[in-house]
Design a binder for this molecule. Structure first.
Ligand code: IDP
Length: 143
């Protein structure tokens, strides 16, 4: 199986609810390794750039408001099929549709405030990782 890297965010709602550790525990217990991590408070420009593909959607303004409402944790996860594995750990975008035991079922309150982000493909993972991290900030495990 392929070892991949994916990009992940613990969104402002989940940071505010003190769920950083609970969410990181889900990644680690699923075998994903955190190889880079930091807390940031996005500017509007950073949030708009990150979600540029959604700029024409009706919810774009609310999404930027939410993503700049408080600090977030950004992290790079590494492991076998990490992109799909993380999407499965997260669950569906709308927590009302998310499978039991997923992050969004357990920690999200609405589609607008849905606790976490995870890249959906290798191309977006590479782009999103480089949006937040330099190569020097990523620390592959040596033991
Ligand atoms: P994803 O986060 O599961 O990959 P995307 O479709 O890429 O979902 O949407 C990005 C984010 O935009 C979602 O996580 C959610 O916060 C927000 N979003 C998506 N669709 C809607 C919607 O219909 N109403 C409100 N917010 C939405």
């Amino acid at each position: 199986m392929a070892i991949e890297r994916t990009f992940s965010i613990v969104k402002p709602d989940a940071v505010a609810a003190n769920n950083i550790g609970a969410i990181y525990a889900r990644f680690e217990s699923a075998g994903l390794k955190i190889v880079a991590s930091k807390m940031v408070h996005l500017s509007r420009e950073q949030a708009e750039g990150f979600y540029a593909e959604h700029s024409e959607r009706p919810f774009f303004g609310a999404l930027v408001d939410f993503m700049t409402s408080g600090p977030i944790m950004v992290q790079v996860l590494e492991g076998e099929n990490a992109i799909l594995a993380n999407r499965e750990i997260m669950g569906a975008t709308n927590p009302a549709e998310a499978a039991r035991g997923t992050l969004r079922a357990d920690f999200a309150t609405s589609i607008d405030e849905n606790a976490c982000h995870g890249s959906d493909a290798p191309e977006s993972a590479a782009r999103e990782i480089s949006y937040f991290f330099s190569e020097e900030e990523i620390c592959p495990r040596t033991r």
